[in-house]
Write a protein that binds this ligand. Structure first.
Ligand code: B4P
Length: 217
């Protein structure tokens, strides 16, 4: 199974015997916070980054910042986000790499909303290998689709986010998740790094559940 997934993602993990590389592997905590749109990734990442002193990278936030500042990247990202589609991999992967490079002294990262495709997962694995680091866990917030739609419509009343304002666009985002993103569970399951957490309850209750996983890493 893992062999076929490795082939699918084109991954070539090199085993290192270098001691400093091994200690880097131990020292850093890198977590992929995963889940469908509206699962609460951004909400929980805000809490967890303080708790564990990790750098929080949200590709969605980077795109929204660029939209707000009317950059070329913002214009491009908006043309996809407004339809509920994913921004192309090449652009998103470059953004992620640049965000990681800005934080060379980090204790580790919370990746929020990245990876979302097979190509992004492959790029993240390669980046970690280059840095003698690894992804310690994919922690997934599990929430029913109808609850997601309700949460996002609710946020749309005040957020000003066009992708939250229209139920059709919200449902397209969820469909895009099942088309391109959901498959990544298998990728991390095959490495024994997948942890599913019930994402329904109060924000505080869910943080306790997430900490129950992260504290064991
Ligand atoms: P993102 O910015 O990643 O965000 P999201 O999917 O909308 O939501 P998230 O899960 O973070 O939910 P949140 O905490 O905000 O993506 C936006 C778009 O950017 C994508 O559709 C795509 O176009 C593009 N994009 C981003 N990354 C990309 C990538 N890697 N590749 C390609 N394209 C990419 O919570 C949602 C709502 O629920 C909030 O209102 C919150 O208050 C509420 N909530 C949270 N927890 C709750 C709880 N426990 N109970 C009740 N409500 C809760």
């Amino acid at each position: 199974m893992w062999e076929s997934i490795k082939k699918f993602f084109g991954i070539n993990y090199k085993k290192t015997k270098n001691r400093s590389a091994e200690s880097a592997l131990k020292a850093m905590k890198n977590i992929v916070l995963f889940g469908p749109p509206g699962a609460g990734k951004g909400t929980q990442a805000e809490v967890l980054k303080q708790k564990y002193q990790l750098v929080h990278i949200s590709t969605g936030d980077v795109f929204r910042y660029n939209i707000k500042n009317a950059t070329a990247l913002g214009t491009l990202a908006k043309s996809y986000m407004d339809k509920g589609h994913l921004v192309p991999d090449e652009v998103t992967i470059n953004i992620l790499n640049a965000e990681v490079e800005k934080n060379v002294d980090a204790n580790g990262f919370i990746f929020d909303g990245f990876p979302r495709t097979a190509a992004q997962a492959k790029a993240l694995a390669n980046l970690m290998t280059e840095k003698n680091a690894q992804i310690n866990a994919m922690v997934a917030l599990e929430v029913d689709d109808e609850i997601l739609v309700g949460r996002l419509l609710d946020r749309g009343k005040s957020s000003g986010r066009p992708d939250d304002a229209n139920e059709g666009v919200i449902r397209e985002r969820i469909a895009e998740y099942y088309r391109k993103t959901d498959i990544l569970k298998e990728f991390y399951q095959a490495q024994d790094k997948y942890y599913g957490v019930d994402g329904v309850g109060s924000v505080e209750e869910i943080t306790v559940r997430l900490r129950g996983v992260i504290d064991t890493l």
